[in-house]
Design a protein around this ligand. Structure first.
Ligand SMILES: NC(=O)c1ccc[n+]([C@@H]2O[C@H](COP(=O)([O-])OP(=O)(O)OC[C@H]3O[C@@H](n4cnc5c(N)ncnc54)[C@H](OP(=O)(O)O)[C@@H]3O)[C@@H](O)[C@H]2O)c1
Length: 296
């Protein structure tokens, strides 16, 4: 299978491209310099030249707080982008895999969200991702929309400038006192585990919307505590509220996703979040950092 992965320099793509290649696919990584998803003609020129049998879009604008001030860029990348990709993929008869987010939900449900739950985003980033999902469903039925949560991977998020695990390790090793948000529950998900799951899913023709996060749930504070415990570090770490963190955008208080559709197919391969973290810590090779409130 000839696969184009858009967002090739990003965190998820870094793990997805080798996973696809290991499964026997011919992988073409499209970097931002190769394709501009907000520009229909750029999308058409790149994809027509690549002749993909399937396209995976990992490109996004996901600086959640910044989107509140600069929504135009987010809507261009997160909504017009999938629209452009859907149109060209439809012309090429190539299925389109598109990454989405737990932030399409408000968190008010208070129990894990399944794919059939109505979306009700509480920030502009989530609204832009909902718009992208809707454009794709409307334009091109041969799609997989894959919603995930709290991604971390060895490349670090290109858009956010790092990942939460590396930031925690760096702060701890610098002897800094650390405050972490303790009123948002989610499921941190390693891009390595997600990549394995996506490769398995796209081998089917079971198009539709999928939740794909690790199993279990925790707060960002719990996640930080587990990072330190598993790394043998003992920094001074205190919980804080989202309000205290100074975040501009509202966050869902409870954005845990249940991988219900994957379970229905008998192909939920996602590990528990603690196990995925241990795998990451064992294999980590890259260290980056960034301010804490832009990651949570
Ligand atoms: N990170 C999370 O915690 C999280 C949680 C839930 C869902 N997701 C979703 O998962 C997906 C992958 O996330 P990630 O962490 O791997 O993202 P990432 O590291 O920020 O990678 C995004 C990639 O897309 C490229 N890109 C950005 N704008 C583009 C454009 N207009 N045209 C073409 N390429 C563009 C970026 O290149 P440049 O950097 O060169 O611009 C980068 O290579 C996204 O859809 C995101 O919404 C992420």
């Amino acid at each position: 299978m000839r696969v184009v992965v858009i967002g090739a320099t990003g965190q998820l793509a870094h793990d997805l491209m080798p996973a696809l290649a290991a499964a026997g696919s011919e992988v073409i990584g499209a970097r931002h310099g190769d394709i501009e998803v907000t520009d229909l003609e750029s999308v058409r020129a790149s994809l027509v030249a690549a002749r993909p049998q399937i396209v995976i879009n990992t490109a996004a604008y996901h600086k959640v707080d910044d989107v509140e001030e600069t929504p135009a860029r987010a809507f261009a990348v997160n909504a017009v982008g999938p629209r452009n990709l859907a149109l060209v993929c439809r012309d090429l008869q190539a299925p389109l895999v598109h990454l989405s987010t737990d932030y399409v939900f408000s968190g008010r449900k208070g129990r894990p969200y399944v794919e059939s739950d109505a979306v009700d985003p509480v920030n502009l980033y989530g609204i832009s991702k909902v718009a992208g999902e809707m454009a794709l469903r409307y334009l091109w039925p041969q799609h997989f929309i894959v919603r995930s949560s709290g991604l971390y991977g060895s490349a670090g998020s290109s858009g956010k400038g790092g990942n939460f695990v590396e930031l925690m390790l760096q702060l701890a090793r610098a002897g800094r006192s650390i405050r972490v948000v303790n009123d948002q529950r989610l499921t941190p998900t390693s891009t390595r585990a997600l990549a394995t799951q996506i490769v398995a899913l796209i081998g089917t023709e079971a198009y539709g919307t999928y939740h794909a996060t690790c199993q279990g749930e925790c707060t960002w504070y719990d996640f930080a505590a587990e990072i330190f415990r598993r790394s043998g570090l003992n920094p001074e770490v205190a919980p804080q509220t989202t309000a205290e963190s100074g975040a501009r955008a509202i966050r869902p208080a409870y954005s845990v996703l249940e991988n219900a559709h994957l379970q229905g197919l008998g192909m939920d391969l996602m590990p528990f979040w603690q196990d995925a973290l241990v795998t990451y810590l064992q294999e980590r090779v890259v260290q980056r950092s960034q301010p804490i409130d832009s990651l949570a």
